[in-house]
Write a protein that binds this ligand. Structure first.
Ligand code: FES
Ligand code: FES
Length: 201
């Protein structure tokens, strides 16, 4: 059986492929799980760990919907094998907010209506958080250049750029200038239960 993208479904991969245990730090917690040796990181996140925030758009590295941060680097998780993240640290969109507050980017996307269908949004949020982690005062040109690998088919990009600019200002100054509540700080470890057992056995 195959999925709509022509890839073998989870059950088929498990039946055909060698199964491996992968241990990595996901959103601040050590996680170990059984993967097929052919699982991409995106498949492992979504299908083994039930972290479905990362989206599959193209599955070939073109859309950025699957963006995650791997050991401090922004990557397309559809292009990374799950086995490659052994011992690594991965931050997904689920790791951005704290329980008490959204990430400033999440608040800014809401306040600027920077999404419609939302499929691209996790990727934009993760990619933008990687930008703000190294540059809290990006120019519009720098934001557009950084986000060139993230595609949106709904909103157009201006609202997204405005949202990133607003979040950058908040991160830089610590001042939330919108009347809508929500002044979180970046917290990759927040909101995820610790789980060191092997999952999927
Ligand atoms: S799903 Fe990974 S880049 Fe499109
Ligand atoms: S909001 Fe629909 S693809 Fe971006």
């Amino acid at each position: 059986m195959t999925t709509e993208t022509g890839r073998p479904a989870l059950e088929a991969r498990d039946a055909l492929d060698e199964r491996i245990v992968v241990t990595a730090t996901i959103n601040g917690d050590e996680r170990s799980w059984l993967s097929s040796s052919r699982d991409s990181l995106l498949e492992a996140l979504r299908e083994r760990l039930q972290l479905t925030g990362s989206k599959e758009g193209c599955n070939n590295g073109n859309c950025g919907a699957c963006s995650v941060i791997l050991d401090g680097r922004l990557v397309n998780s559809c292009l990374v094998m799950a086995a490659e993240v052994e011992g690594a640290s991965v931050t997904t969109v689920e790791g951005l907010a704290r329980p008490e507050a959204l990430h400033p980017l999440q608040t800014a996307f809401l306040e600027n209506a920077a999404l419609q269908c939302g499929i691209c949004t996790p990727g934009f949020l993760v990619a933008s958080s990687a930008l703000l982690a190294q540059n809290t005062a990006p120019s519009e040109e720098e934001i557009r250049f950084w986000l060139a690998g993230n595609l949106c088919r709904c909103t157009g990009y201006d609202k997204i750029i405005r949202a990133v600019q607003q979040a950058a200002e908040e991160v830089r100054t610590g001042v939330h200038r919108s009347p809508i509540a929500g002044t979180g700080t970046h917290g990759a470890e927040a909101g995820v239960e610790s789980n060191t057992a092997i999952e999927g056995e």
